[in-house]
Write a protein that binds this ligand. Sequence first.
Ligand code: NAD
Length: 242
Amino acid sequence: MMFLLSGKIAVITGGGSGIGLATVKRFAKAGAKVVIGDITDQTQLAEEIGGLYIQTDVSKEEEVKFLMDKAADTFGQIDLVFNNAGVSGMKGRVTENPVSNYKRAFEINSMGILHGMKHAAGHMVRGGAIINTASMLGLRGDVNSSPYVSSKFSVVGLTVTAALELASKNIRVNCICPGKIATPMVNWETDAQRQATKLIIPLGRYGTPEEVASLVHYLCTDEAAYITGQAISIDGALSMGL
Ligand code: NAD
């Protein structure tokens, strides 16, 4: 049976595509009122699910504050937050990658999460759950990917610290660490690259956005009432191999 989210108010960033989109649809089906924050226009999606779309660039603090204030003003409070918007970082070695690539990765992937937690928490007057999207690369390294890797390691740090600070308000904070998930973010890969990657994933395939949405959903329910401050992998055991 699907866990119900009836009466819950949820804010989801990056809700227009991939993992965020699958979560928007799943939450709406479970009965939540969903507020979508995305840089791309999601007015039609919001209409389809009976929710609200607020154009938001998560790297801009004032825009995230507006998103959270508007969600709370419209629906009374916020119960669930999925800080999920993110971008893949520009490739290059630590010694060669321009600092501007780190700034972009940090502004969206790290500060975007910080902005979301900072401006949602005060509206979570009934307690609730915050889920942040880190990555398998928030727990381990990857050659040529240091802007992304370092921005995602910081998501884990922000998550565990916020979990400690918000526990007394009964707000649980966890992050998810997806491995290879079939979304537009990995569309740049060639078929040959994808086949080679599948060979090193113990489950032998990429995950689906719906499988990640299912984890986010579980973490947002009372079934997960004692889980906070965790970085939870969802990667077909990719990160467990040598
Ligand atoms: P995606 O590209 O399909 O979706 C990303 C969404 O975020 C898009 O709707 C995009 O418009 C939005 N977005 C981008 N920049 C934004 C900004 N500044 N402000 C607001 N919205 C913005 O990607 P996805 O694979 O669904 O990625 C979702 C999250 O999952 C990201 O944080 C990504 O780093 C993480 N992740 C993905 C994978 C994977 O294999 N796909 C693996 C690990 C982690």
